[in-house]
Ligand binder design. Structure first.
Ligand code: ADP
Ligand code: MG
Length: 328
C-alpha cells in the first residue's frame, strides 16, 4: 500500500477529539486552543533521534511511548498539567505496520494523560521525532529552577539509576534476571511522567527540575539558577528493589548510574522547612513516592553541587565510568 503524507495523517494521527479545549485540531492551518483564563501556558519541545535517543532496535510502539513520556516529564517538572501536543515526524518511508504501532504507543500515553494531539508536520528523511508539548499551570504554584533557597531540603521522586541501568541492559553491557529485565525495559521506554507529583509539590516546593541529564548535572542547573550550594547524601539516594542484587555486586557502578547516568525522568525538588512536615505526610500516606537526599546551603563563592557519603566528602565518579561496565 502506498501512503501519501495526507493518508498518514488521516489514518494514524487524526483521532476523535476528546477535549473541549481543542477548537480546531488536525486538518486546518493551525490548531486553535482555548487556554484557561488566568493560567500560564507551559511549552516544551524535545527531539528524539534514532540511534541517539533510543536504540535502533527499538520497536515503533516503544519509540512512540518514550517520545511522549520524556516530553510530558518537562511539563510535570514545572507543576503544570499536560493538555496538548504537536508532532514533527521525519520518516525514511511510509510503512503501514510501523505507523500503526508507533501511533498506538503515542496514543496510549496521550490518552492516559488526557493530552490531545492537535497538529504536526510529516516529512521524509532519517527517523526522528520532535514533540512540542503544552501544559497549563497555576501562576502561584508553578515550579522553576531559580527559586531554591538556603535551608531547603532536596528530595527526589521514585528511584534513581534506572535509566542508566536500562540503557546498559539494552546495549548488552548488563545481564539481569527476568524480573529486573521487565522493570528496566519499562523504565526506559515508558518512564512515568511525574505529573501528579509535580502538581502536589507546586504549592509546597521552592524549585524543581526533571532528571534527564543525571542528578548532579540537573541539580547543577538549580544551583546556578538559584545561586546556592547543594549538598547530597549519596547513601540516601533511593534504589529500585529490582536493582538490589546488581547494586550489591557493584555499588560503585550504581553510584555512577544514580548520580550521573541520566534518563530517569524523576523530579528533584527543594522544600522549605515550613512545608517539610506536609511533604513527609504525603510520603507516609502513599500519595507521593519521594526521598530526602540532601540540603540547600547559601554560597558566598560560586554555586555548586557536592556529595557526602556517610558524612565524609565524596568525589562523584566521572560520567564516562559506566561505559567500561562489562556484563557479569
Ligand atoms: P500545511 O501545509 O498547512 O502546513 P500540512 O499539510 O503540513 O499543513 O498538515 C496538514 C494538517 O495535518 C495540519 O493540521 C497539521 O497540523 C497536521 N499534521 C501534519 N503532520 C502531522 C503529524 N505528524 N501529526 C499530527 N498532525 C499532523
Ligand atoms: Mg506543514
Amino acid at each position: 500500500m502506498c501512503l501519501s503524507e495526507f493518508d498518514i495523517i488521516r489514518t494514524y494521527f487524526q483521532r476523535e477529539q476528546q477535549s473541549d479545549s481543542v477548537i480546531a485540531g488536525i486538518g486546518d492551518d493551525c490548531a486553535l486552543l482555548a487556554v484557561t483564563p488566568g493560567q500560564y501556558l507551559a511549552v516544551s519541545m524535545d527531539t528524539l533521534v534514532a540511534g541517539r535517543h533510543f536504540p535502533l532496535a527499538a520497536t515503533p510502539y516503544d519509540i512512540g511511548r518514550r517520545a511522549l513520556c520524556v516530553n510530558i516529564s518537562d511539563i510535570a517538572a514545572m507543576a503544570a498539567t499536560p493538555t496538548w501536543f504537536t508532532l514533527g515526524l521525519t520518516l525514511p518511508d511510509a510503512n503501514h505496520e510501523w505507523l500503526k504501532q508507533f501511533s498506538q504507543g503515542l496514543f496510549d500515553i496521550a490518552n492516559r494523560f488526557h493530552c490531545a494531539l492537535v497538529g504536526g508536520d510529516t516529512t521524509r528523511g532519517p527517523l526522528s521525532i520532535t514533540i512540542q508539548v503544552h501544559g497549563q499551570a497555576a501562576p502561584e504554584h508553578v515550579l522553576t529552577r531559580d527559586k531554591a533557597q538556603a535551608g531547603d531540603t532536596v528530595f527526589v521522586t521514585g528511584t534513581l539509576g534506572d535509566g542508566a541501568a536500562a540503557l546498559a541492559m539494552l546495549e548488552g553491557r548488563l545481564a539481569v534476571d527476568e524480573n529486573a529485565q521487565h522493570y528496566l525495559y519499562e523504565r526506559f521506554y515508558a518512564p512515568e511522567p511525574q505529573v501528579r507529583a509535580g502538581l502536589l509539590l507546586g504549592p509546597l516546593s521552592h524549585s524543581a527540575i526533571d532528571i534527564s541529564d543525571g542528578l548532579l548535572a540537573d541539580l547543577g542547573h538549580i544551583a546556578r539558577a538559584s545561586d546556592v550550594a547543594i549538598e547530597i547524601d549519596v547513601e540516601a539516594i533511593p534504589l529500585a528493589p529490582a536493582l538490589a542484587s546488581i547494586v550489591a555486586r557493584s555499588p560503585q557502578i550504581w553510584r555512577e548510574w544514580s548520580l550521573t547516568g541520566g534518563d530517569d525522568y524523576q523530579l528533584a525538588f527543594t522544600v522549605p522547612a515550613a512545608h517539610i512536615h506536609t511533604v513527609q505526610q504525603l510520603i507516609e500516606s502513599g500519595q507521593l513516592q519521594a526521598t530526602a537526599i540532601g540540603r540547600v546551603n547559601s554560597t558566598d563563592t560560586t554555586p555548586s553541587v557536592s556529595c557526602q557519603l556517610h558524612g565524609k566528602p565524596y568525589a562523584p565518579p566521572s560520567t564516562q565510568g559506566y561505559q567500561h561496565f562489562v556484563a557479569p
